[in-house]
Every structure is written in C-alpha cells, then in structure tokens.
Write a protein that binds this ligand. Structure first.
Ligand SMILES: Cc1ncc(COP(=O)(O)O)c(C=O)c1O
Length: 392
C-alpha cells in the first residue's frame, strides 16, 4: 500500500457494528466488563481507548514499525522516552541545534536527577565520537533542525551510536514520515510533536513515540499508563482526520516552502536563507539522500536591525505571528524574541542564531500570495529605510 492510501486505510476499517465509514470518537472514561477482570480489550481510557488505539496503529504504520504510544504533548512523549531509558549516571548526547523544549527538559528536569547531558556538534565526527562512551544510553537528534534547518546524517550517527551500545532517538517532527523514514536509516525510536504537521491544523497539542522493538517501547507504554499524560479521544480523532490529508498537505507545504525560499534568496534585504532544498544549503546533499522531499520550513536572516525584523514579522497579511508550525495557516516567528528568547544573547550567537533570523512555516495557501506577502514586507522595510535616509 502506498503512503497516501495508508494514511486513509491503515488501522481505520469502517466501524463493524454500524458500517460507519469514519470511526466514532470513543468519548468514554471507562468500559463495562463482562465479568470482574474480563473485558473486551479496553478497561479504562488512561490505559487504552479505541480512538487512541486507531491513531497509534496508523502512526506506527506510517513510520513502518509495529509500536506506537501517543501522549498529550510532544514533550510528554519525549519525557516518557527519557524517563524510560535514562537512569542516574547514564549519559545522553544531543546536537547543538536542538528544540528549546527538549534542551530545557534535559537540563532542568533530567540533569538535576543525575543524567549527564553532552551537547556537541554531532556533524563533527571526531567531536561526536569523543562524546560517546560506555555510559551513553541515548543519542537524540532532530533533522532538519529548529530553527536553522540543519541536516544530520542519520545513518552515520546511528552506526556510531550503535557501536557504543546506545539507542538513537530521532525527532521526526519537521520532516514527517512522508519525507523521512528514520527507522530505515537505523533509528531505534522516533518521536513527534503531533501538534505540528501530523495533526496539521493548529487545533491541538499531542505527541507520539514510535519504536520497532517491543522491548524498547514496553517501558514507554508502561509510563504512558503509569504517569497518565494521555490525549483525549477527541484530539486523537482530530489527528486521525488530519492524517488523511498528510501527503496532500506536505506536498503543498514543500512547494510553498521552495517558492518562498527562492524568492527570499533573490531579495537584496536577505542575508541568508536556510532551506535544505537550496543547492547552497550545507545539508543539501545529505537531505537529498535521506529525505524524499525537503520539508515545509524556511528560515532566513534579514540584512537589517532587530526593529526592522520586528516591523516585518508583525505586519504580514498571511503569515500570522505565532509560535508553532506545520498548520495549514502560515506562521511567522522571530526566534530571538520568541522561541529562543530564554537563551542569553551570547549563547544564541555561539549557536549561530542571529537576532535577525526569521522562521517561516508556509501553510497551504497559494504560493503567489505567500511570496507576495513576504516580498511586500521586505520592500516596505527598504522603503522605510530610504525615507529615514532622506529625512536625516
Ligand atoms: C521539533 C520539536 N519537537 C518537539 C516539540 C514539542 O512538542 P509539543 O509542543 O507538542 O509539546 C516541538 C514543539 O515546538 C518541536 O518543534
């Protein structure tokens, strides 16, 4: 079965009792038992729920594995992996470019409990190898990364990590299983902020963990029930609905991202564009090899001041100013003032995060409208500059 067919059919037969084409939302907390301890696969919705079970079946299928656990947020999913697989004294290696919430979870929650966090440039083979040792339990990467869209060689990272007995976790949120299949590249665990492209409509918060081996997912499944950060049946149903158009949406997001990246690259007020699909992007060759498309996200550095960036991001017609990404409605974000504001300016600079970096999540609108909105904004910045020059 091809990908788009699986998004619609995998784990989603018509409801046997009624023939309902779309499965109902099992909006229930508990299930009647036939005799004490004897139930029909479901006893309590924190432990399991038919709507959630359907969603887990589809997500596992799309990533090409058997096991999935869905959580109330991407960070709850990440936390379950970390809690399941790291004990005091264990080490985890993460890249320099990692989602800020993952960084905070590791450094403010797990590191105080005795977990050693090693942050290195995992693209630097010597530095990465030097960070691995017998205590390394997990290697955690995103690719492409947030917000600079760096691309890491997942297969090479898996080979090194496995040689040291470590499991590799890939956050596949930006690429989605449509553009990237981390398990075929050697990953042991995949995590998602389902909130983004998988659900796709900016109307819920949700996360997922996928695994190939039953032994890997078992402690994560245990925590799903034992700590209880589970999503509502309604949110699971919304994601099931969103997934049915995942391929259509991702194709449109990617087409729009490419158009936007090319228009920005041609504009004199743009210092640098980050989009793995551009031939001059440092990760272009790896992305072309390990992805089937370049994704839907674009970042760029404006050649200007912070005030100009603020004016630009605040005045767009179709790019709403907001955190998050991956919805049908376009979003724009200024990482230095928004998602990455908690990182001190010096540290941001050391990570290569310019204060004039702008992150775009082109939605599913028409590319002509999106490009025009951005170019008009840049031209307005240039005109305002000229006006100031004339009055001085
Ligand atoms: C790459 C990535 N991973 C994980 C998360 C966390 O997901 P959530 O916001 O659903 O908890 C985010 C959120 O922005 C993200 O961008």
């Amino acid at each position: 079965m091809e990908f788009s067919t699986r998004t619609i059919h995998a784990g989603q037969p018509s409801e046997p009792g009624t023939g309902s084409l779309i499965a109902p939302i099992f909006q229930t907390s508990t299930f009647e038992q036939d005799a004490p301890g004897s139930h029909r696969g479901f006893d309590y919705s924190r432990t399991n729920n038919p709507t959630r079970a359907r969603l887990e079946a589809v997500l596992a299928d799309l990533e090409g594995v058997q096991h999935a656990a869905v959580f109330a947020s991407g960070l709850a999913a990440e936390n379950a992996v970390l809690q399941a697989w790291l004990k005091p004294g264990d080490e985890i290696v993460i890249p320099l470019d990692v989602y800020g919430g993952t960084y905070r979870l590791l450094n403010k929650v797990h590191q105080p409990n005795g977990i050693v966090v090693r942050q290195v440039d995992v693209a630097d083979t010597a530095a990465f190898e030097a960070a691995l040792n017998a205590r390394t339990r997990l290697v955690w990467i995103e690719s492409p990364t947030n917000p600079r869209l760096l691309v890491y060689d997942i297969a090479a990272i898996c080979r090194s990590a496995h040689a040291h007995g470590a499991l590799v976790v890939v956050d596949n949120t930006f690429a989605t299983p449509f553009f990237q299949q981390p398990f075929t590249l050697g990953a042991d665990i995949v995590v998602h902020s389902v909130t983004k492209y998988l659900a796709g409509h900016s109307d819920l918060i949700q996360g997922a963990v996928l695994a190939r081996d039953a032994g890997v997912v078992e402690p994560i499944k245990f925590l799903q029930n034992a700590t209880g950060a589970v999503p509502s049946p309604f949110d699971c149903w919304l994601t099931l609905r969103g997934l049915k158009t995942l391929e259509l949406r991702m194709l449109r997001h990617a087409e729009n991202a490419e158009a936007v990246a090319e228009a920005l690259a041609a504009h004199p007020l743009v210092r640098r564009v980050y989009f793995p699909g551009l031939a001059n992007h440092p990760g272009h060759a790896i992305a072309a090899r390990q992805m089937t498309g370049f994704g839907g996200m674009v970042s760029f550095e404006l050649e200007g001041t912070i005030d100009e960036v603020v004016a630009f991001v605040s005045g767009r017609r179709f790019f709403a100013l907001g955190e998050s990404l991956g919805g049908v409605k376009s979003l724009i974000c200024h990482p230095a003032r928004m998602t990455h504001a908690s990182i001190p300016p010096d540290a941001r600079a050391a990570l290569g995060l310019s204060d004039t970096l702008v992150r775009l999540s082109p939605g599913c609108e028409h590319r002509k409208d999106l490009v025009l909105d951005l170019v008009t904004g840049l031209d307005t910045v240039a005109a305002a500059r000229q006006q100031v020059a004339l009055t001085v």
